[in-house]
Design a protein around this ligand. Sequence first.
Ligand SMILES: [Fe+2]
Ligand SMILES: [Fe+2]
Length: 149
Amino acid sequence: MANAVELLVKDHEKMKTLLGDLLKSDKSASERTELLGKVQKELSVHTQIEEEIFYPAFADEKSPASKKKMYHEAKEEHRAVEKLVIPDLNDTAPSTMEFMGRAKVLKELVEHHMEEEEEEMFKMAEETMTEDQLKELGQKMAARKKELQ
Ligand SMILES: [Fe+2]
Ligand SMILES: [Fe+2]
């Protein structure tokens, strides 16, 4: 059974592959639409398990400012992607250069976000939580993921 960090990093790897495919120049408009749909679905489940389960376990009211800062920054990045970038992409014809420009920005934002999570938040989580806690969180997230999919 994957612990919390392993589960989230695995999601990130899947997301990188999907975003890489979305940016490939040989994709047809219908393939781009399909890929964007997959990215949107994956992102929505992933951000939901992070916000519902992982982030609150990582930082609460009593946590040091450094943790709370990471928590709030990460949440705002989720919001920017979900409320601005993805809706814009859904409103753009997938055959256009405008779509590809927006897809590139989506890829860069999401990759930057995942990198920060892995390099800062997840590292700190591994330092401040026990292996049992991380395993328990992993189980909770795996179960919630099943419900959401
Ligand atoms: Fe995230
Ligand atoms: Fe993440």
